[in-house]
Structure formats: structure tokens, C-alpha cells
Design a protein around this ligand. Structure first.
Ligand code: F3S
Length: 426
């Protein structure tokens, strides 16, 4: 890999041993990927504060510097961790102090995370604590190279914002935060961003549920490549594209898609595919839609719902408001809990706007920072849950060993107030 003089200096220790370890990691990582050079980045979204038993042990042995060296820099050296070189944010992590006694989550993990926030905050990490940094002010501009983790955020940044990031890991984002560099390959390069699969939509897709199901289908078709969506679609908004992308990154490993006339790098179908022209075409019609719905509901057998989970990816203010409206004047069934996951910054907006109060009056909870999949936490005794998120319907049965129902917000709220799943494909 070709390094600039500045990069060689970092590798050789001109900026201290932690930066040298970070550059060494990036060079090894880039060479393994076949990258020819590094890109400059000024926007890193990673994870440093997520608590875990391994992290607790490392902190006991050598403090937070040791935990960062081992987990975020893949180094066994005793390193003093400097301030972040470029703007860096913490994505979702565990539950915070205000979840104590509200969510079954270990007190020692809450404490460890609190210590981590203090350590990394002092070094310049912004504790956004959400899988949707783009909903709370971290909005890279078109063409900007970034180093982001979290598949649902990466696909949004690439596709909707036109920023350029691969789906990075804990160590590569850690190294990027200290160097402002990341290997330049894949989604950073023009030819790595062209469409590969054409998906022709033949049923009307124009709401949150439908965009999530189409995303789940697109991920299954495109795998780790790049679908281009055409056909009978409405004009999607942030919330629908957020669900579409999260679902495509769940059933497949999609990091970038195009919708001609809507996403920024695809003013036309030709632009979406580039010189190679349209790839393999697949139709999404009534039979495919039914199959996606059946697959997402294949884990549900009992109609008795213990738990309703909304806000994956973390909810927008509009979604919080819609949930409040659906719950207003109603009361959850005695055996059922409802959690709505939100970015902490938007919880503040929801609190001030009165949305949280309406949801809590009905018996629901508005929770920040994390989610059941991330923290492996759900109400005690949960056997069956319902969700409006294709991603959670896919993952949570495997993570927590529970049954899942997938449907609309109204169907989920109905399940929360009756304790019964009465959804079904319309
Ligand atoms: Fe976010 Fe958890 Fe879903 S981190 S994308 S709410 S699985």
C-alpha cells in the first residue's frame, strides 16, 4: 500500500505509540483487503463504550487505555490513548443509568459504561448513543469519506446521503479515530458503488411496513452487492428508507443501493448502473411479497404477546409521535410490555413535546441508548414478541430464543393493548 509522508510518519511513531499502533493496524488491514492507499476521513462512528465482561477485565488489569489498546487497536502494548484526531461518535451501546430498575440489565454494565463515557468523552468522543447518528446531527455530505460501523447506518450514509463508507469494525474505527485514515477500497471507490441487481417492484410500496419488506427481499436478492429499485414505489421518506436499508442489511449484507430519481447518485437508471448497464433483473410482485411476510412471521406460533418492541432502527420524532397517538387514552394489557427505542437526543424532544408522557401513561416505555438485540435484554419471562421492524423480527428470535410477530405499528399497538396478535397480511 502506498503511504503519504504524513502516514509514514504516523506509522513510525512521530505522533506517539498509540497513533503508530493505529496506523500499523490500518496498513495490515488495508493490505489484506488489497487497498492501494488510505482515504482521509473526518467522520468516525464506532463503538468504545459498549460494556462487556471482557472489557471489565481489561479495565481492571490496566484501565481504559488498556481496554482501548486491546479492543480498539488490536495491540497488546501499554499505550497512552490521546484525544481523537477527527470527529468521532459512539453508536448504540448498553443501557444507561436511567434504565436502572426499568430494564433487566446488569447494574455493573451500566456502571462500566458510565466510566467509559467519562473516559472517551474527555478524549473527544461524542456519546450519541444511537444506531441512527444521521437522525441526531451527524450527517456527512455527499462524497465525504467516513469510517462507520453499524450496518443500518452504513447503508443509510452510502445510499441516502451519498457519503462513502464501508461497514467497518471496532478496531478499524478505533484506528481511524486516532489517525483520520481508513483503507480506500469498496464503497470509497466509484466502481465499487455501481448497481449490480435490478429489482422491479410490481406491488405498491408506499408505507413503513412495505418498505421494510421490500428491503428484506432486496437483501436476499443482492446479498453483499448493490440493488437498484424501480417500479411501483411511492416517494420514500427518511423513516421508510431507514427501514428499507436496515432490512436489506439484515437479510443480506447490502451496504449501498440506488433508487433512480430519489437517491443522490442515481439521477437515472443508467447512472445507477454505470457503463456495465443493468444487472440481473428480479421482480417483486404479490407472490414475493407474501413470501417475505410469511418468512418474517415464521417464528410466531402463539398469539399471546408478552412484549412489543418498536424503534429499530431507533425511532424518529415522527415515529415517537405516531406511537403516542396510537396509544393515547389506551392501556397496555396487564401481561404485556411495550418498549420504544429512541436516540437519547430525540428522547429529550419527545419528553418536552409530551409524547413520552402519553406513552408512559398507557404503560409503555421510551428507552434510549440501546435495544434488546444489542443488550440481550427483554422483559423477564418474554416468550412472544411483536415488532414493526424486519431487522428485529429476523434477529431477536435467535438472540433471545423467543417467538416473533411482524406487522404494522397499529397491529403492534393492538397487540400491546389486547395481549393478542391479530395481525395478518392485508
Ligand atoms: Fe438499532 Fe438495535 Fe435495531 S442497534 S438497528 S435498534 S438492532
Amino acid at each position: 500500500m502506498r503511504l503519504t509522508g504524513e502516514e509514514k510518519g504516523m506509522r513510525d511513531g512521530a505522533e506517539g505509540p498509540a497513533v503508530a499502533a493505529a496506523m500499523d493496524l490500518l496498513v495490515r488491514y488495508g493490505e489484506a483487503l488489497g487497498a492501494e492507499r488510505l482515504c482521509g476521513v473526518r467522520n468516525v462512528a464506532g463503538t468504545m463504550t459498549q460494556p462487556s465482561p471482557v472489557k471489565a477485565r481489561l479495565v481492571r488489569e490496566g484501565g481504559w487505555s488498556k481496554a482501548f489498546a486491546v479492543i480498539n487497536l488490536d495491540s497488546d502494548e501499554d499505550l497512552d490513548i490521546p484525544d481523537m484526531r477527527v470527529p468521532t461518535c459512539q453508536l448504540q451501546h448498553g443501557f444507561g443509568a436511567d434504565a436502572r430498575g426499568v430494564v433487566p440489565y446488569p447494574a455493573e454494565m451500566i456502571e462500566l459504561q458510565g466510566d467509559a463515557e467519562a473516559f472517551y468523552g474527555r478524549r473527544g468522543v461524542s456519546i450519541l448513543a444511537t444506531c441512527t447518528p444521521y437522525q441526531v446531527g451527524n450527517i456527512p455530505v455527499r462524497g465525504e469519506h467516513c469510517a462507520w460501523m453499524e450496518s443500518s447506518a452504513v447503508i443509510y450514509a452510502n445510499s441516502v446521503l451519498g457519503a462513502r463508507t464501508n461497514c467497518e469494525g471496532i478496531a478499524s474505527t478505533g484506528a481511524a479515530s486516532l489517525t483520520g485514515k481508513i483503507p480506500c477500497w469498496g464503497n470509497h471507490l466509484d466502481h465499487g458503488r455501481r448497481g449490480t441487481h435490478l429489482i422491479d417492484v410490481r406491488v405498491r410500496v408506499d408505507d413503513f411496513l412495505e418498505w421494510g419488506m421490500l428491503g428484506y427481499f432486496a437483501g436476499g436478492v443482492a446479498g453483499e452487492e448493490r440493488p437498484v429499485i424501480v417500479g411501483d414505489i411511492g416517494r420514500p421518506d427518511l423513516v421508510e428508507l431507514k427501514h428499507f436499508g436496515a432490512a436489506a442489511a439484515t437479510s443480506g449484507g447490502v451496504e449501498l443501493y440506488h433508487i433512480p430519481g430519489i437517491t443522490p447518485e442515481a439521477p437515472t437508471l443508467d447512472a445507477a448502473f454505470g457503463p456495465a448497464g443493468p444487472g440481473e433483473e428480479t421482480g417483486y410482485g404479490p407472490a414475493e411479497r407474501r413470501a417475505v411476510y410469511a418468512g418474517l412471521n415464521s417464528q410466531g406460533t402463539s398469539a399471546d404477546v408478552d412484549f412489543v418492541l418498536l424503534g429499530c432502527p431507533h425511532a424518529s420524532v415522527e415515529q415517537i409521535w405516531r406511537t403516542a397517538r396510537a396509544l393515547d387514552g389506551r392501556r397496555l394489557s396487564p401481561g404485556t410490555e411495550l418498549w420504544l427505542m429512541v436516540p437519547r437526543a430525540l428522547k429529550d424532544v419527545a419528553d418536552r413535546s409530551g409524547h413520552t408522557e402519553i406513552i408512559e401513561r398507557a404503560g409503555g416505555k421510551v428507552l434510549a441508548d440501546s435495544c434488546p438485540a444489542m443488550s440481550r435484554a427483554a422483559p423477564a419471562g418474554t416468550r412472544v414478541f411483536a415488532t414493526d421492524s424486519a431487522k428485529q423480527a429476523h434477529y431477536l428470535p435467535a438472540i433471545l430464543g423467543i417467538e416473533a410477530w411482524f406487522g404494522t405499528l397499529d397491529e403492534c399497538v393492538d397487540a400491546a393493548v389486547t395481549g393478542r396478535w391479530r395481525g395478518g397480511l392485508r
